[in-house]
Design a protein around this ligand. Structure first.
Ligand code: DP6
Length: 327
């Protein structure tokens, strides 16, 4: 008999970055991280388990993904099967809802939606905390996409203790937005998994990064509690740059940033000089994400339009919705 479940999860952007694993197999991070969930970018995934299937099949945006490209997902499904005490394979049908400009699909929303869909299909009845632990096994940042709003991932020390939880605010998320500057990456990209592993193992700046993350987390939580946007922004911008600095200290050194990334950062500086507070952060790629209060979105977007094509600038609200079952 076939059993199925369908779930939607939003992607998230880390304000304090997860960068480096203490345990690569179980995806236990070296440091706590903290993110916001995005309204416009999400994944919907339907999972159907059946004893008649002879392997897991992934259909992504209507197209079947090859076995070679779906290794990570099939490994994740083995973990799910163990939890659900089943040997059935699954058909996974997944749609990414991201604006047409490329490069914004995320493993965070993908594994959060998949974990919740599997939970529903196999009647696992996992708590949000256990769902976050399960999603973490697919991709670390997915542990945060179980929840909406501001979310902290507690690094923990093992599989039991490494999971995310929401950071309470008085709905401050509703006043904030994130502007994406989509920058095409011409260079051969280094995955976040490979980049953080090389950096953790070889970067002479890595210990410095670790030594300062806890105070960044504490400061960000204080800023959220006080709704102090300036303080929040200053801490997250410094944290993101410090993460990118660790990559420059790796052997061999590498960077995700390209000239257009710096140009976008420069626009952010100019906006601030004109009194429009906004702060940037970048992940394992050249795109620049700008956290801004909603009242300043138009001014910042106008400034970005002077340098970037209109379709490369995408604005999203912050959502307070966590993962949800939709069928
Ligand atoms: C730079 O969660 O994609 O976006 O756990 O290896 O799947 P894996 O990595 P992933 O790394 C995200 C790194 C980051 C920072 C962040 O989201 O915290």
């Amino acid at each position: 008999m076939a059993t199925s479940g369908k779930a939607r999860a939003h992607t998230n952007i880390a304000l304090i970055k997860y960068w480096g694993k203490a345990n690569e197999e179980e995806i236990i991070p070296m440091n706590n991280s903290l993110s916001v969930a995005l309204d416009r970018f999400y994944t919907e995934t339907k999972v159907t388990f059946s004893e008649t299937y002879d392997k897991d099949v992934l259909i992504l945006n209507g197209e079947e993904v090859s076995d070679k490209e779906s290794v990570k997902i099939r490994r994740f499904m083995d973990i799910v099967r163990e939890k659900g005490q089943t040997s059935d394979y699954a058909l996974i049908e997944s749609e990414n809802f991201v604006p047409t400009a490329a490069g914004l699909a995320s493993s965070a929303s993908a594994y959060a939606a998949l974990a919740a869909a599997c939970d529903e299909a196999l009647h696992l009845q996992l708590s949000p905390k256990d769902l976050s632990r399960l999603a973490r096994r697919g991709s670390g940042s997915a542990s945060r996409s179980i929840f909406g709003g501001f979310v902290e991932w507690e690094k923990g020390t093992d599989d039991q203790t490494s999971y995310s939880h929401p950071v309470e605010t008085d709905n401050w998320e509703d006043d904030l937005a994130m502007i994406f500057v989509v920058i095409n990456d011409q260079s051969k990209s280094v995955s976040s998994r490979a980049g953080m592993s090389l950096t953790r193992q070889t970067s002479r700046f890595y210990q410095y990064w670790l030594d300062h993350v806890d105070e960044d987390i504490a400061e960000v939580k204080r800023a959220i509690g006080e709704k102090d946007f300036k303080h929040l922004g200053e801490v997250i911008e410094a944290n993101g740059l410090r993460m990118h600095a660790t990559n420059l200290g790796a052997e061999p050194p590498f960077t995700y940033l390209v000239p257009e990334s710096y140009q976008a950062m420069q626009v952010v500086h100019e906006c601030r000089e004109q009194g429009h507070l906004c702060y940037f952060t970048m992940d394992a790629g050249p795109n620049v994400k700008i956290l801004v209060e909603k009242e300043n979105v138009d001014a910042v977007v106008d400034a970005l339009h002077q340098h970037f094509d209109k379709e490369k600038i995408i604005t999203s609200d912050i959502t307070r919705s966590g993962v949800e079952i939709i069928e």
